[in-house]
Design a protein around this ligand. Structure first.
Ligand SMILES: Nc1nc2c(c(=O)[nH]1)N[C@H]1C(S)=C(S)[C@@H](COP(=O)(O)OP(=O)(O)OC[C@H]3O[C@@H](n4cnc5c(=O)[nH]c(N)nc54)[C@H](O)[C@@H]3O)O[C@H]1N2
Ligand SMILES: Nc1nc2c(c(=O)[nH]1)N[C@H]1C(S)=C(S)[C@@H](COP(=O)(O)OP(=O)(O)OC[C@H]3O[C@@H](n4cnc5c(=O)[nH]c(N)nc54)[C@H](O)[C@@H]3O)O[C@H]1N2
Ligand code: SF4
Ligand SMILES: [Mo]
Length: 741
């Protein structure tokens, strides 16, 4: 793949050198050129949220080829990011040694230090701050799930800090919370057919699974199920890559999904299309929901969402009558001012149609023999204090995973007591990932000490005091446990790390040993064995087995058994699916789903809309990048060198923009440049900008040049229950960078 396959003479060259040095023993691997030293490692790709099983060919200690494992759950499929992993492992700009800042913050002057000095310094700093200000003064952060969440949480708990930072209040935590309070656990689309049925109706709602393989489902499973489906409904303001396969497309106005779901519920309930037996026996608060949805007639909802009334009705009818059906909920629904109620409305749709826990519907998977891997974090007692912001956004404090609210942390760092004294950021890039990047950077500069663990000198690492080199997944031994939940899979080190890089789990364990030895392990293998104990196997055995998966009928209808409750029921306070949420009621939030207009829109801010006439959504994913990652990967960057914004041809014409022109996209917070791509399959009033862009090749990294979070707001109102910021529905204007109007 990178050419090395065809160069066995390299090894003959070494053989000659060895002979000329009159070595007595020549290792057998050199005797017959390359073939002797070649082997294949079976492992799990983690270049995105991960999960594809892959075969890695290693020759003389170097990776030469990667391909999908056809015998695996992901059927041998891989995406460009996974395939380009060789160029990540051997990327010349990777961090190789621990570094200590010697110049001013952000100046880029570093000194190489030993791991011992680096880890001792970080641990000493933590001890000092804990002593002076208490453990809450330390923030432990990671980015999106990169497979080590349980170590992050265990570490934070073991040092007593409640302030765990994840970009979760606008990604995944709203889903966990909304499913949690409504049905007692996360539901997944059943694309697998283990119960003898595939979904008849599949809905993709703010989701591009075909690109993102996100949140517990892989594209390959969905595409297989799509072949069996009678109806595929797309709910998205623009056509997605699978739009040509859709039978119905609801081009919803960004940020109005709750109204749409409530409108569909209105149709289903008023036309009596709901599953009466299921509703009667297994749901709580149906009558109050019925009353609530009366406020959302299809014609009113059509005016709010800009989706034609007949399409709303048809979608509701198909979903209710062509069963089983499932709804794939995307992150677009979480990054808004009403994320919890939006998701709750959609979950109510699943419930009243009886599509929960049945084959081909929405199922809460049973974990494999290892048990739930997050137990590894939860077994450490939780901190006593609440995380910053969780007093206001109360669902952030919900067990199992309480976390801080980053916008509140930044507000406190900029204008408050500066309660966070130290941040340890492992695999995250707040300077690009969170709303209002310029404020975020200012806030970070007010933190006394920052340590960062990354593969590269990222825009955030640049401002740290100590930077540690993380090993790539191809250099790591660990247990893969991202969202699929019905399986765990072995991540097996294929090659030694470059330079002195160390795997994340090793770094957590080494820091943990220094600060809270009672909760940490003599080495990483003892830690892996411990996590596998319930399955009765060791790491060495698991490495050979590769995957532990549950793929049978035991997943379905668990509420009819004693699985959650003696005598049956769901793991909620009432034992039923809570259409009317008693948990929200107790927290003084609206117990029933409702609609809320986006903070900025032609209706909520008509004056602003005159100056900023277009509706902007940021962050739809692309197949070649994972957030800010891979801009320095030559294979991937070649496929898409520049940031791209989608605009409609009519809009382009109006503003004198041609396909490929650099344009400014401006909101009241600032402006960024991206290249215009003309795209017809959307409303001319919408603009879609990509997120997470920076330019590793530029000396200043171009942090604010094309980064969509220059445009987003970090000011309230957020989602009242969980604090989500808005990424997908704001107002903007656009114009050509070269001065055209
Ligand atoms: N290749 C790649 N894969 C990834 C990632 C990546 O960066 N690159 N990131 C990972 C992460 S952390 C996440 S959270 C997931 C996200 O993955 P998904 O949840 O699949 O989200 P997106 O790809 O952003 O797709 C969102 C879709 O929502 C639409 N949309 C925008 N605004 C709205 C709206 O208001 N309502 C509705 N109904 N739709 C809207 C967009 O047009 C887009 O088609 O992907 C994960 N996978
Ligand atoms: N405007 C806008 N902003 C968004 C979004 C949006 O849609 N629109 N999406 C949001 C979402 S859903 C999310 S989840 C966040 C993502 O936010 P983050 O996860 O913080 O994303 P990145 O900017 O990619 O930062 C990750 C860093 O971790 C490093 N890294 C990668 N793998 C590893 C590893 O294995 N170990 C270590 N130690 N480091 C590693 C990378 O090099 C990179 O520097 O962004 C959010 N930001
Ligand atoms: S989808 Fe994710 S896990 Fe699969 S090959 Fe691509 S990057 Fe790897
Ligand atoms: Mo995410």
């Amino acid at each position: 793949m990178d050419g090395a396959d065809n160069r066995p003479h390299v090894h003959l060259f070494w053989l000659r050198i060895l002979r000329s040095q009159k070595k007595k023993v020549i290792p057998s691997i050199f005797l017959r050129g390359a073939e002797m030293s070649e082997h294949v490692v079976k492992t799990t790709c983690k270049s995105c949220h991960g999960g594809c099983r892959v075969l890695v060919k290693v020759k003389s200690g170097k990776i030469v080829h990667i391909e999908g494992d056809p015998s695996s759950l992901t059927r041998g499929t891989m995406c460009p990011k996974g395939l380009a992993s060789i160029k990540e492992v051997y990327n010349p700009s990777r961090l190789k040694y621990p570094l200590k800042r010697v110049g001013e913050r952000g100046e880029g002057e570093w000194k190489r230090i030993s791991w011992k000095e680096a880890l001792d310094t970080i641990a000493e700093k933590m001890k000092e701050y804990i002593e002076e200000y208490g453990p809450s003064s330390i923030l432990i952060g990671q980015g999106t799930g990169r497979g080590y969440n349980r170590y992050t949480f265990r570490f934070a708990r073991s040092i007593g800090s409640p302030n765990v930072l994840l970009p979760a209040h606008f990604c995944y935590a709203p889903r966990l919370a909304a499913f949690g309070i409504t049905v007692g656990g996360r539901l997944y689309c059943d694309y697998h057919g283990w119960g003898g049925e595939y979904p008849k109706t599949i809905v993709h709602w703010g989701k591009q699974l075909e690109y993102t393989n996100a949140d517990g489902e892989m594209a390959v499973w969905f595409l297989r199920a799509l072949e069996e489906a009678e109806h595929f409904i797309l709910v998205d303001p623009k056509a997605t890559p699978v739009a040509h396969r859709a039978d119905l497309w609801l081009p919803v106005r960004p940020g109005t999904d709750a109204a749409l779901a409530l409108g569909m519920l209105n149709v289903i309930i008023s036309e009596e299309l709901y599953d009466k037996d299921f509703v009667e026996q297994w749901t709580h608060g149906f009558d109050r929901l019925r009353e609530r949805v009366e406020e959302y007639s299809p014609d009113k909802v059509s005016r709010i969402t800009w989706v034609p009334e007949d399409k709303i009705k048809l979608a509701a009818e198909w979903f209710a009558t062509s069963r089983p059906g499932c709804i794939q909920i995307g992150q677009a629904l979480e990054a808004g001012n009403n994320s919890i109620q939006t998701l709750r409305a959609i979950i109510c749709l699943m419930a009243v149609t009886g599509n929960i826990e049945r084959p081909g519907g929405m199922v809460n998977w049973v974990p494999p023999e290892t048990g739930e891997m997050e137990e590894f974090a939860l077994e450490v007692p939780p901190p006593e204090e609440l995380p910053i912001g969780a007093d206001r956004y109360k669902l952030l404090a919900l067990p199992p995973f309480a976390m801080c609210h980053f916008e509140s942390v930044c507000e406190d760092l900029l204008n408050g007591e500066r309660r966070i004294k130290m941040m340890h950021l492992q695999g995250t890039n707040p300077v690009l990932a969170y709303a209002n990047s310029k404020d975020v950077l200012k806030a970070l500069l007010n933190v006394e000490f920052i340590s960062v663990v990354d593969l590269y000198m990222s825009p955030t690492a640049k401002y740290a005091d100590i930077v540690l080199p993380a090993a790539h997944w191809l250099e790591t031994d660990d247990i893969y446990d991202m969202h699929p939940r019905f399986f765990v899979s072995a991540i097996v080190r294929a090659v030694e790390p470059v330079g002195e890089a160390l795997p994340d789990n090793v770094i957590f364990n080494e820091l943990g040993k220094r600060l809270a030895p009672k909760y940490w392990f003599s080495d990483v293998y003892e830690m892996l064995n411990y996590q596998l104990r319930k399955a009765g196997i060791t790491w060495e055995e698991f490495k050979e087995i590769g995957v532990l998966a549950r793929t049978g009928k035991e997943h379905y209808y668990k509420y009819k058994t004693n699985y959650w409750r003696e005598g049956g029921g769901f793991p909620t306070p009432t034992g039923k699916i809570e259409l009317y949420s008693t948990i929200l009621e107790n927290l003084n939030y609206d117990p029933l789903p409702h609609y809320r207009e986006p903070n900025e829109s032609p209706y909520s801010t008509p004056e602003l809309s005159e100056k900023y006439p277009l509706i902007l959504s940021t962050g739809g994913r692309v197949p070649y990048y994972f957030h800010s990652q891979y801009r320095q990967n030559p294979w991937l960057r070649e496929l898409q060198p520049d940031p791209v914004a989608l605009i409609h041809p009519e809009t382009a014409e109006k503003y004198g923009i041609k396909d490929g022109d650099w344009i400014w996209i401006e909101t009241p917070r600032g402006r960024i440049r991206q290249r215009a791509r003309l795209f017809e399959a959307m409303n001319p009033r919408y603009v879609f900008a990509q997120a997470s862009w920076y330019y590793p090749e530029k000396p200043d990294l171009g942090i604010f040049e094309s980064n969509a979070n220059v445009l987003t707001s970090n000011k309230p109102p957020f989602d009242p229950c969980i604090g989500s910021t808005t990424f997908r529905a704001m107002l903007c204007r656009i114009y050509r960078c070269d001065g055209g109007e």
